[in-house]
Design a protein around this ligand. Structure first.
Ligand code: ASP
Ligand code: MG
Length: 468
């Protein structure tokens, strides 16, 4: 039995043009595989809007959240008007949308009655998954119109998670039991299920979410529980790229990568995939493809087990922001790490990831990653607060804080190819290197630089990748 799990991201379901592509992709793949399982994200921008309206509700700003909900309603209704749906299907879909939004407004009312200081991550999770529920219903209705037996499924009934609202982790055993008993029988009846990405529920049925971009993760969980042959992520880019195309125009699609390389690429800044989706697929050796929904005939990127590839190719280069602390002193680094961790928790609600720490007889250096989702304001705030915190500690007064850039080159077993490492360092001639580390996964080499030198370093390394 061959089963393909396809996940369609927000830009693949956000417009009529994209949805018609989805339809033709499903019609085509239905002929190639025994079973299809679809996972969808909310229409692009919808989750951001839902997060904003949930916060307004918590602040008791009724006008604010009502305005956002009205806009969301208009957008979904306008999309449905454009789609080739029969009158009964369209009316049922419109009623469904109104019911979901109405229930959400009910939760917003509860939220606005609570004092603004009461933390309500559970109520926020109960509302921000509505975008996925709307999208799944639209896609399923569109497929039915083409005589494909299809149903929309809310993953709150299938994916059982812990209660870490906003970033929940599925219990794979319980989830697989649910998927096997509730979803697989419908595949036998030739039904194409369209499941909501991003959301799950605790054992007691309280809605949770899997973290931003979590629909990818949903797709890999469905894949392992349904013994899928492959997972395809449909997006609006051509695949995994050798560099961020917004920074480097000559960025190219990488045809093949290993799970380790992709996990490392996601960790060091590429925004294409949810980092936690790779682990389950790697364990089960399920191949993953990234494809452009607007160019389905192109192969995209295939992600699979590492194979001995001919040649010694570097795959990609990324750049990410960080904070570097330098001191003209020596001493234990652990109190500094704890202090930075506390500061980043307070300013960015995230733990500090130590990228590099190094010491000599007279100097210490510690470099922390700043998550790609944090804007320049957050970096600035973190830096100011760090400076304050450090100067308040008598024995840390000698520390200096400054923003840094971390450039990472990706390739499997980079430790076995010293010539490649030498080539990278050679092309950085003239650039001041503040720190250097080879990742323990053996497929990344990271270089810490002054931010002003990031662009020229990125260009030089990407040139090397293109011309190797
Ligand atoms: N809609 C959710 C988000 O924007 C999940 C996803 O798109 O994967 O984060
Ligand atoms: Mg995504």
């Amino acid at each position: 039995m061959s089963t393909l799990v396809m996940k369609f991201g927000g830009s693949s379901v956000g417009t009529k043009t994209a949805l018609m592509q989805v339809l033709s992709i499903v019609l085509h793949e239905r002929e190639q595989w025994d079973n299809l399982i679809l996972v969808v994200s909310a229409l692009d921008g919808v989750t951001d809007a839902l997060i904003e309206s949930a916060h307004l509700a918590h602040l008791g700003n009724q006008r604010g959240y009502r305005r956002i909900v009205a806009n969301l309603r208009t957008r979904h209704m306008a999309l449905i008007e454009e789609l080739p749906l029969g009158a009964t299907e369209r009316a049922a879909l419109q009623a469904d949308i109104d019911r979901l939004l109405f229930d959400m407004l009910g939760t917003y009312e509860t939220m606005s009655d609570l004092p603004a200081e009461t933390p309500i991550p559970d109520l926020i999770d109960a509302t921000i998954g509505v975008g996925e529920k709307l999208a799944a219903r639209i896609v399923a209705a569109l497929l039915r119109q083409k005589e494909i037996r299809s149903v929309a499924l809310d993953a709150t009934d299938l994916i059982i998670t812990d209660d870490v609202y906003g970033n929940a982790t599925p219990n794979i055993e319980l989830t697989c039991d649910r998927i096997r008993s509730n979803l697989l029988p419908s595949l036998e009846r030739q039904i194409v299920p369209v499941a909501t990405g991003f959301i799950g529920a605790t054992r007691s049925g309280k809605p949770t979410t899997l973290g931003r971009g979590g629909s990818d993760y949903t797709a890999s969980i469905f894949a392992i529980c349904a013994d899928a042959s492959e997972v395809w992520i449909w997006t609006s880019v051509d695949g995994m790229m050798s560099a961020d195309p917004r920074e480097i125009q000559s960025a190219q699609v990488i045809p093949r990568m290993s799970y380790e390389e992709v996990a490392e690429l996601a960790y060091f800044g590429a925004r294409v995939l949810h980092a936690r989706m790779i682990g389950p697929l790697r364990e089960r050796h399920i191949p993953l493809r990234i494809k452009n929904v607007f160019k389905p005939q192109q192969p995209g990127t295939l992600i699979h087990d590492a194979t001995a590839e001919p040649g010694q190719h570097l795959k990609a280069v990324t750049a990410i922001s960080g904070i570097g602390l330098t001191a003209a002193r020596n001493g234990p680094l652990s109190p500094i790490r704890q202090l930075v961790d506390r500061t980043l928790q307070a300013t960015m609600h995230t733990h500090a990831d130590v990228m590099i720490s190094s010491q000599s007889a007279t100097h210490s250096f510690v470099c922390f990653l700043i998550p790609t989702s944090a804007g320049p304001d957050a970096i600035h705030a973190a830096r100011l607060m760090l400076e304050d915190d450090l100067s308040a500690q008598p024995d840390t007064a000698a520390w200096q804080v400054k923003p840094v850039s971390i450039i990472t080159v990706i390739r499997d077993k980079i430790d076995e190819t010293p010539a490649l490492t030498a080539g990278v360092l050679h092309c950085l001639t003239g650039i001041r290197i503040l720190g250097l580390a080879q990742g323990p996964s053996r497929c990344s080499l990271s270089i810490v630089l002054e931010p002003e030198q990031m662009e020229s370093a990125l260009l030089a390394i990407h040139d090397l990748i293109v011309h190797q």
